[in-house]
Write a protein that binds this ligand. Sequence first.
Ligand SMILES: CC(C)(COP(=O)(O)OP(=O)(O)OC[C@H]1O[C@@H](n2cnc3c(N)ncnc32)[C@H](O)[C@@H]1OP(=O)(O)O)[C@@H](O)C(=O)NCCC(=O)NCCS
Length: 154
Amino acid sequence: MAEPIRLGAADAGELLTLQRAAFLTEARAHRSFDLPPLTETLGELAAVLADPDVVTWGVRESGRLVASVRIRLRGEVGEVGRLVVAPDRQGAGLGSALVKAAEDRLPPQVRVLRLFTGELSEGPLRLYARLGYAETGRTPEAHYHLVHLEKRFR
Ligand SMILES: CC(C)(COP(=O)(O)OP(=O)(O)OC[C@H]1O[C@@H](n2cnc3c(N)ncnc32)[C@H](O)[C@@H]1OP(=O)(O)O)[C@@H](O)C(=O)NCCC(=O)NCCS
């Protein structure tokens, strides 16, 4: 994988396109097109990218943005979100490598990472389990449940 780079507000348009393309499979699996990654507006995404409490990483291949993940820093907790890989680049190890790279680059106060995903997201659930994330609970969401996962690493 190419070295991850920090993304900022100027990358919002490109990231919105990547995010919408990547989350289409999740929308279909959960029979919901109102998933936050699909309804997030360009303005909201630009604001997150400019937020100093959120670190957003991206991977570019020949200039093209092909993967991203963001981590919101809340004291000793890092909230991982919006892990996305371009549909034509999935299954080549980019998603796993990017999460690992983001973990390696966390500020030292972060001791636990949390994230959630839909219960029907079989691929992501396998990926997070392989990376050491364990389920802590489930919460109802429309006609499915969200699976909450955690990893303590320091
Ligand atoms: C989830 C997502 C980020 C995973 O990204 P990815 O780059 O495809 O992930 P990886 O390639 O690291 O791992 C996926 C699979 O490819 C396999 N793989 C890993 N390295 C590989 C390689 N070098 N060559 C081929 N396959 C590989 C993994 O074994 C894994 O197999 P699995 O289906 O048994 O889990 C991507 O599918 C995506 O964007 N999905 C839509 C958005 C989403 O669901 N995000 C997460 C919601 S919280």
